[in-house]
Structures are given as structure tokens and as C-alpha cells.
Ligand binder design. Structure first.
Ligand code: CA
Length: 233
């Protein structure tokens, strides 16, 4: 999908005020919102026709987390952004583990929501694009080469794989589980120290960007986000 074409966005929200506001905002941003108010309506919706889901967790007929798991099972590539008042770290971890791609806590800023939607939609067609460029970092997946500000880095295999994963999802969270599964190719139930060591070494290779924003943000206990320059909240 072209990122400039209207996205069909399934809005699952039982609050009339918030739902109407979201529909108005999405319309205004050129998207094509479909608003449902219950889990049952969301399940009945044609999700393979949808580009992204905005999901409230407190629904009248069930927990949005169950719906999240179900949607993620049916359509693993469908981006899901949870919008909820639940704000603890555990809530966020549980939401991301249920298959959500991003998480925004109510009350949220509309501009931020729209920016995150853009980020999620951008990564959609990009399953494994040959070249990904974010800020001064350029990753060529086909050639397995990385340049920062024009200078080539000499990365180890896992460092490259981790960077490639993070930068492909720039602006959104990659959970520790996802990183372990996709870079080390396994579900990891034990220590993930190897992940932290690889990340630390990757950070060192990348160096500090020109701005004061760090390249990779660690969300403690949750995962990591490769930052898009100037998208800072
Ligand atoms: Ca609700």
C-alpha cells in the first residue's frame, strides 16, 4: 500500500465522544475510518480489508486484549495500535505481547496518534526492503552494509540483524520477544543477556546522532524503539 493513499482504519471504541473524535480526525487526515463499538462487531468486520486497527481495551462485551490476540492470529501483518487509559508498564507489556504493534495512553495528543499511524502504515509494504534509511543511518539489507553519515560500519552478524529489525520498525516498538525470535530465531525463555550485549555494542558502533535525541530508546522490560529524528514527543 502506498503510504499516501487513504488507509482503511478499523476503530474499535465504545466511547461515543472519543469514537466520533477519532473518526473525524482520521477523515481529516485523509484516511477511511470504519467505527465499531464492540468486540463482536470488530470480529464481524472484514479485517482482511483493513490496513490498521485502533483498539480500545475496555469494551462492553469483552476485553480488547482477547480481541487483539484474535486479530493478530488471523492477520499477523495487520498493525494494531492500542488506545487505552491503562497505563502501567505491565499493561503495555501485556498489550504488546498480545500482538499490538504500538500503544498510546489516553488522553493522547491527536498529532502524536496520527504520526504513529503514519509510522505503522509506512512499515507495512516494507517487508524487507533492500535499503532503509532513517536519519543518517542507511541499512542495505541485500548487501548487508550499514553506513552512518556516509561512513561504513563493520557490524557483526547479530548486530546487523538487530539493527535491520529495529530500523525497519523505526518509530514503533520492537519487543524483546520479537527481537529474540527474529534475530536469534527462537522463542527465548531464559536469559536475554545476549540481546542486551548485542544492543550495547550496536549503540557503540552507531555512535551518537547530531541531535540530542538518542538513536535507540530502551523501554525497560518492554523493548526498543529506533527513533525517527525530530519525531520526539
Ligand atoms: Ca472503552
Amino acid at each position: 500500500m502506498n503510504q499516501d493513499s487513504p488507509a482503511r482504519i478499523l476503530v474499535v471504541e465504545d466511547d461515543e465522544g472519543i469514537g466520533a473524535g477519532l473518526v473525524r480526525a482520521l477523515d481529516g487526515a485523509g484516511h477511511d475510518p470504519i467505527w465499531v463499538r464492540t468486540s463482536a462487531e470488530a470480529t464481524a468486520a472484514d479485517v482482511d480489508e483493513v490496513d490498521l486497527v485502533l483498539l480500545d481495551l475496555g469494551l462492553p462485551d469483552g476485553d480488547g486484549l482477547d480481541l487483539c490476540r484474535q486479530l493478530h492470529d488471523e492477520e499477523p501483518d495487520l498493525p494494531i495500535l492500542i488506545l487505552t487509559a491503562r497505563s502501567t508498564e505491565t499493561d503495555i507489556v501485556v498489550g504488546l505481547d498480545a500482538g499490538a504493534d504500538d500503544y498510546l495512553i489516553k488522553p493522547f495528543r491527536l498529532a502524536e496518534l496520527l504520526a504513529r499511524i503514519r509510522a505503522l502504515l509506512r512499515r507495512q509494504p516494507a517487508e524487507s526492503p533492500d535499503v532503509v534509511e532513517v536519519g543518517d543511518v542507511r541499512v542495505d539489507n541485500a548487501a548487508r552494509r550499514v553506513h552512518v553519515d556516509g561512513t561504513e560500519l563493520n557490524l557483526r552478524q547479530k548486530e546487523f540483524d538487530l539493527l535491520s529489525l529495529l530500523i525497519r520498525h523505526a518509530g514503533t516498538v520492537v519487543t524483546r520477544d520479537d527481537a529474540m525470535e527474529q534475530v536469534w530465531d527462537e522463542h527465548w525463555f531464559g536469559s536475554t543477556k545476549t540481546l542486551d550485549v548485542t544492543l550495547a555494542s550496536l549503540r557503540q558502533h552507531l555512535g551518537e546522532p547530531r541531535s540530542d535525541q538518542s538513536r535507540i530508546t530502551t523501554l525497560r522490560g518492554v523493548g526498543f524503539r529506533f527513533e525517527i529524528p525530530d519525531s520526539r514527543r
